[in-house]
Design a protein around this ligand. Sequence first.
Ligand SMILES: *[C@@H]1O[C@H](CO)[C@@H](O)[C@H](O)[C@H]1NC(C)=O
Length: 220
Amino acid sequence: MIMLQLFLLLFSFNLQICLGDNEKTEGKMDTNYMNQQAYKSLFAAKRREHIETAEKILHLNDYAKQYKMVEILGETIFPAMKDSKEKLEKANYIPQSSPFPTDKNMQEALGVVLESIPFFGDVLLRLPDITKDVYKRHKKDWVPLFKWGMEFCQNSTFLFTGHHSTQLYLMSQEIGLIPEDPEYENPFRKSSEDPDIKIKLKTKSKKFKKGPKLRTRNEL
Ligand SMILES: *[C@@H]1O[C@H](CO)[C@@H](O)[C@H](O)[C@H]1NC(C)=O
């Protein structure tokens, strides 16, 4: 009789743990996954806005104004990234393996890095001479953050695939993190021979199979 009671007790106890655990894990996974999916749509919308902003800066056609805008942009995003880096590191967030955060503060910190880097890239690729000049003048603060942020984005493979990943590759070449592919050409550089030639930013598909080739300014 005692054995039976013990058995029932253990059994129901185990069953409870199992159900409880399952509910917890599945519920949590779903929330993380749903948050991640929701963020992906938000990211796509933000990317469009950032590209639009970069295009606006490009079309100002006024060197001093463009310079000022790029500087303001950098002075806004780099301190924000620094803050976020601290938060993410404190929470031991690892881009390759951590689940998408459910905490609003952490989501925000993550978003700052995942969005600032490509936004800076939009400007870097369209206004390479100005952006690199501003970047060099702030190199003490910005270079380590930029390198970290680039790695962080590259490691965030749930998000940076396809053209998002191609952009990181182009940025790395433009800023000199990696040697330029012989076929890499940025028509927005002052030194670029003919800004009106159709073939614009090119990448060798051999080295970069994942993403589409960027050929024209419009594809940036
Ligand atoms: C990115 O991943 C590499 C390889 O796992 C790792 O060495 C590096 O620290 C990671 N960087 C960031 C910022 O997560």
